[in-house]
Write a protein that binds this ligand. Sequence first.
Ligand code: DLL
Length: 433
Amino acid sequence: MAYWDQEKECMPREELEKIQLRRLKEIVFRVYAFVPAYKEKMDQAGIKPDDINKLEDIKNLPFTTKQDLRDNYPFGLFATPMSEVIRIHSSSGTTGKPTVVGYTRRDIEIWAELMARALSSAGATKRSVIQNSYGYGLFTGGLGVHYGAERLGASVIPSSGGNTKRQIMLMQDFGTTELTCTPSYALFMHEVMQEMGVKPADLKIKAGVFGAEPWSENMRREIENKLEIDAYDIYGLSEIIGPGVAIECNAKSGLHIAEDHFLAEIIDPISGQVLEDGNEGELVITTITKEALPLIRYRTRDLSSLNREECECGRTHARMGKVLGRSDDMVIIRGVNVFPSMVESVLLDIPGVEPYYLLVVDRKDNLDFLEVQVEISEKLFSDEVRKLEELGTLINKELESALGIGVKVRLVEPKSIERSEGKARRVIDKRKI
Ligand code: DLL
């Protein structure tokens, strides 16, 4: 079993909870003293740092949201002077100002440590050659994985996203053993490999560490079969630290949250009430060791669940369920909640359908319509029209029964849906325009 830090990863929960409580108290004291926006929120909620005496008291603290980060743009929520901040990242976001996050030297060290932990969990070692195809830059994927791979002692290839043919050449020539990128980019790489006549057997890749966007179990199977590798899910978000908040182990039954640094809760996204373990809801995270940008009860908008039972891998840290969507890429069509990953899962169960699809939502005469564009394989595309019609009808039937709403399916030519080198765009909502 490949642990990076067995003592911490497999610590008895009782001991872990003692550390968590001590750290939670410290962080609450710190934000109350150094971040005026937190003091104001806590005063309004009538709670003082001294009121935190047990872990459950966390539920009395106010939530933090993306809006709080925007309201305090760019550095207003930082808890250290800028002279202590050694790195700034930011996520673009779809509307308004970007979200800005900062790191002290210790924050960067902890992040590297957590990423080394994550890569080890996926089987990487100091002998690995890790090709890091997450984008380098303001996005946390590139540098986050990079520092972790160096901490692990592996040889890291900072290939970043893009220039896919060169990526494949590097894999061949440098003997890449682990690939890190978004799951959609991994599939695109496979497509380019085929065009180049490169087979998985020509490569040394054993595993991939994929995340930064939702992907279904069916998508995992697709990637594992096509690339002949083991695909691990990694989760994280810039606000909390970046990649490395949680990672799968080889049991692949949930992602272990680095609970010695982050406290996780699942809440009902509407009432804000904390839900019991096992229930699906919105993931809320509190950072308990971050210096530059500590966040208390940050609402991630990601939908997941928690399982605190010990895992067969021996790790004691809680597992979060695979994130299948976030409340803001969920589209509500005639009152029904639809996630792109639900569509993905249905499509990938149908032979001849490629894992490239797009949901287009529009409104006509006050009625919402969902069109699902589905790419089909070259082979099927050259088939007779009747076969295509049959396939269209089948996809339609399967989607309607899975989603519970009427759907218009449009089969599109091979390679006509935009390929992604980073986070894939799965939804076009024309209703907002
Ligand atoms: O995507 C950090 C990251 C980089 C994670 C590389 C994993 C690998 P942001 O750009 O701030 O940070 O986007 C964070 O992406 O709130 C989720 O909605 C989504 N997300 C991240 N990982 C996963 C995952 C990075 N494994 C947002 N499954 C998060 C589903 C994910 N969604």
